[in-house]
Design a protein around this ligand. Structure first.
Ligand code: NAD
Length: 344
């Protein structure tokens, strides 16, 4: 990871010290899906401090050589202990899940505001170089997402504000707080609005899983039971784009190291599909015919959503490119191996 050293820290350390020092990156939410992949990608270039509230045995990926800590980052003391001695902070910690979770746990989602608030305060106190915040496409105004034939969302579409209730309001508030910490105190912050990330080591059962993993699991269960009836949330015509995890990690690094992206920027795939098309792609991996049953009372979120990557491309010359068919195949095979592991 290439990284320009910020002015602030250049004043604090001599050039000589910088050449000798290996810098430390804090990943908050390191026991989660994206956090685990981010930790893995940072380890070649940084000492990594990995923090999560979950007991270590529940982390999706864990690496013994890192400074792994179990802490509740809603508590301010813990945030100060976690940030002390770090040069960079990546905040991916949040209480979250798919639509089934966020529609039914709004207060719990909003309490993640404490994590970002206290991490920002600590980042300022310890004069860290740069701060990354993982925001979401759920910040976008609901009235711009009522049609499945979507116009991709541009960053400006977040205002006038009408985000997803609970989870989306927390994200919008927290990204705004990053902005004001930059404007008022000079802390360098970077904010990415992730659009539906999926891939190996993601949640695939238990109620917090998202559509790609849920559909892979349902198809695998159909094959195992020889019963090809599957339930689909909504009428299947709602549309989304899904970003493979390797694109997400590449995007985080590009946004974090950019000297010009000082505003919340989209990080998502532009390959728009309906949920029915997503099911078709998974069914094609196994070459099975499915009998679909539509549950119209299940949570389904907005009608249509896609990412407009104009600004990301303009500032980095890059955008996510892994096709959904390729990413789903990898994800399907990983969930299959996890299911075999569970039953053996
Ligand atoms: P995840 O649930 O797998 O990871 C989040 C991690 O944060 C979990 O391991 C959780 O235990 C940890 N955490 C929660 N509360 C904590 C606390 N008080 N202290 C310490 N750790 C705490 O989710 P993910 O998919 O890896 O998402 C990472 C980030 O990206 C989140 O901020 C999420 O809102 C954002 N995001 C994800 C997606 C997606 O599609 N996965 C989309 C948009 C935004």
């Amino acid at each position: 990871v290439q990284f320009e050293v910020g002015e602030q820290s250049q004043q604090l350390r001599s050039r000589h010290d910088l050449l000798l020092m290996r810098r430390t990156a804090l990943v908050a939410g390191a026991g989660g899906f994206i956090g685990g992949h981010l930790v893995r990608s940072l380890m070649a270039d940084f000492d990594v401090r990995a923090v999560d509230i979950k007991p270590r045995e529940e982390w999706y990926q864990i690496f013994a050589q890192n400074d792994n800590r179990v802490m509740d980052l809603q508590e301010d003391d813990n945030c100060f202990m976690a940030v002390e001695g770090c040069d960079l902070v990546y905040n991916l910690a949040a209480d979250m899940g798919g639509m089934g979770f966020i529609e039914n746990n709004k207060a719990q989602c909003m309490l993640s505001v404490l994590i970002n608030t206290n991490l920002l305060r600590a980042a300022l106190a310890f004069k860290i170089e740069r701060y990354f915040y993982a925001s979401s496409a759920c910040v976008y105004a609901a009235d711009k997402q009522t049609d499945s034939h979507v116009t991709a969302l541009k960053e400006a579409d977040a205002y006038p504000a009408m985000p997803e209730d609970g989870y989306g309001w927390e994200k919008l508030f927290s990204e705004r707080m990053c902005r004001h910490f930059t404007e008022d105190f000079g802390l360098v912050t970077r904010v990415a609005r992730f659009h539906n990330v999926y891939g190996p080591y993601g949640t695939w059962y238990g109620g917090r899983e998202k559509a790609p993993a849920a559909i892979c699991r349902k198809v695998l269960e159909s094959v195992a039971s020889d019963d090809y009836n599957i339930d689909i949330w909504g009428d299947g015509e709602q549309t989304r784009s899904f970003m493979y995890i390797s694109d997400c990690i590449e995007g985080i690094h590009r946004i974090m190291t950019s000297d010009t992206i000082d505003f919340p920027v989209n990080l998502g795939s532009t390959e728009l599909v309906s949920i029915n098309e997503l099911v078709d792609l998974v069914a094609a991996i196994e070459n099975v015919e499915l009998e679909r049953h539509y549950d119209l009372s299940a949570p389904q979120g907005v009608r249509g959503r896609n990412s407009d990557n104009t600004l990301l491309l303009e500032h980095t010359g890059w955008e996510p490119s892994v096709s959904l068919a390729d990413g789903l195949t990898e994800t399907y095979e990983w969930i299959q191996s996890e299911m075999i592991g569970l039953h053996s």
